[in-house]
Write a protein that binds this ligand. Structure first.
Ligand code: SAM
Length: 264
């Protein structure tokens, strides 16, 4: 029997909460700059899909009020608080949208890359846009993320090994795609969207700072599948220490934010 792979991480756990905080600290500036370029006006109806910690939902609600609505959707809605202008739905997007469109803006960040049916879901989202409405998709890409500095040579090899097995064995088995970030443009075009534009942001991260703390968080959340895939407990312990060590520095995931507009 074929089953859809499950979302790998646990948003509702303590580590999940920490992950949401790191993501918001790292990415909200870039995401809100992308959304500001579109221009979010009062009275608009928006959808924030896979809203996680809810920072973009709240940001949108401030821009769309008074009179607007943000429909905030996640499998785990523990951090999403309904209120004036915010509607919360606990829902699996694999089952379709929880409410009908049209929406003036649909935003989703670091969700579709996890979902094997990402291309079909993108088309569903494009169909749910109002004429002139925007779809904004932010994803991580995994182009080579070179280590720039490490206490000893073996640490560089360890970082590359954990990344390689994490991405190419553990994440791939769960249906995660790191090439999708650069495929979104093509899928938006095929869904009939216009004015498509992408922005890619790269940055380095140092041990003990947010990017490395997020790397460490992922390895803690994925400890069991990483061990099953052949990484040893000693290697994981060294990796966790390395992500706290200010002598370690490497390129972090590129964040690619793509927007496309439904013809008016
Ligand atoms: C990596 S987190 C990103 C959270 C937030 N968008 C951000 O970038 O800060 C992915 C989010 O998508 C949610 N999610 C995963 N699979 C989902 C599904 N099938 N339907 C709806 N939400 C899902 C998770 O619970 C989690 O909150």
């Amino acid at each position: 029997m074929h089953t859809t792979p499950q979302y790998l991480l646990d948003t509702g756990s303590e580590l999940g909460r920490e992950q949401m905080d790191h993501l918001e600290r790292l990415l909200d500036g870039t995401t809100t700059a992308c959304l500001d370029e579109i221009g979010i006006e009062p009275g608009r109806r928006c959808l924030d899909l896979g809203a996680g910690g809810g920072s973009i939902t709240r940001w949108l609600a401030e821009r769309t009020g008074p009179g607007g609505t943000v429909v905030s959707v996640d499998l785990d809605t523990g951090y999403l608080v309904p209120g004036p202008g915010i509607e919360v739905h606990r829902h699996d997007i694999n089952d379709g949208l929880p409410v009908d469109g049209p929406f003036h803006l649909i935003h989703t960040r670091l969700l579709l890359m996890h979902l094997p049916r990402r291309a079909d879901i993108l088309r569903t989202l494009a169909d749910a846009l109002a004429p002139g409405g925007w779809l904004v998709i932010g994803e991580f890409s995994n182009r080579p993320r070179r280590v720039l500095s490490a206490p000893i040579r073996a640490d560089r090899q360890l970082f590359n090994r954990v990344q390689d097995i994490g991405h190419n064995t553990v994440a791939r088995a769960a249906g995660v795609s790191f090439t999708w970030a650069h495929e979104v443009d093509q899928h938006m075009a095929e869904a009939g969207l216009t004015n498509i534009h992408s922005l890619e942001r790269s940055q380095t991260t140092t041990g003990g700072t947010t990017g490395c703390l997020l790397n460490r968080n992922y390895v803690r959340q994925l400890e069991a599948p990483l061990l099953r895939a052949g990484i040893t407990g000693e290697e994981l312990a060294r990796y966790r220490d390395l992500m706290l060590d200010p002598r370690f520095r490497a390129w972090f995931y590129q964040f690619v934010c793509t927007r496309g507009q439904k013809p008016a």
